[in-house]
Design a protein around this ligand. Structure first.
Ligand code: SAM
Length: 214
């Protein structure tokens, strides 16, 4: 994700009601449904970027609560600006590093997790930072409800092969694996494109996707 230095973006993120205050995050586990004021399912996207995917889903599914997680204020600000133009009661954002995801959600509090076009971290010594790594799968295991599932899309074949290899040692199983999502009519039904998916599929890159559960 290319970052432009946007003056004052941290301050703007700190002030907006659409991003949970960083000081509050530690007291959030177990409180998400009451924060939304309903008992609807909670779906999260980790590494949401500018938020196109979640904005679309939140519009399509008012009966689901969506939470977007993004590390960088400058990127998150774009998602916030979209909220200012088109507010949605079922969507909220967290500016945080996903490493702490299991300190922000309670055990089994999340119904579904999305990873889209996660950063590849190509050096072996950085494998633990990859969002579909076994270390992250262990964090997701704690917050995802028993029969919940996780979906991952990417055009990066090396990252996807790594992600598939991580499943067995981490104790997860695939419901499906595809190496060319856009060629599969069935799997494309209801597919919501992310910003990166639009860009890379337009460039002719096949999109890989899996859905996994424990
Ligand atoms: N999901 C979006 C899409 O498909 O268009 C954005 C993809 S972009 C390549 C990856 C995003 O994940 C970046 O915005 C990056 O800042 C964010 N990210 C990477 N590692 C993260 C982490 N550990 N915690 C939170 N966000 C992270």
């Amino acid at each position: 994700m290319r970052l432009r230095n946007i003056t004052g973006c941290r301050e703007r993120i700190a002030e907006t009601p659409y991003v949970v205050n960083e000081e509050e995050l530690g007291s959030c586990p177990g409180t998400w449904r009451s924060r939304f004021g309903n008992d609807h399912e909670i779906h999260i996207e980790i590494g949401m970027g500018k938020g196109q995917f979640l904005h679309t889903l939140a519009e399509q599914h008012p009966e689901i609560n969506y939470i977007g997680i993004e590390k960088y204020s400058a990127v998150l600000l774009r998602a916030v600006q979209k909220m200012e133009e088109h507010p949605k009661e079922n969507l909220i954002f967290l500016r945080m590093d996903a490493e702490a995801v299991d300190q922000v959600f309670g055990e089994g509090e999340v119904d579904r997790i999305y990873l889209n076009f996660s950063d590849p971290w190509p050096k072996d010594r950085h494998a633990k930072r990859r969002l579909p790594s076994r270390e992250f799968l262990a964090r997701y295991d704690r917050i995802l409800k028993k029969d919940g599932f996780l979906e991952f899309k990417t055009d990066n074949r090396a990252l996807f092969d790594f992600a598939v290899e991580e499943l067995e040692p981490a104790g997860w199983k695939a419901d499906f694996i595809t190496y060319d999502l856009h060629a599969d009519e069935g799997l494309m039904e209801g597919n919501v494109m992310t910003e990166y998916e639009e860009r890379f599929s337009a460039a002719g890159n096949p999109i890989c996707k899996y859905r996994i559960h424990r």
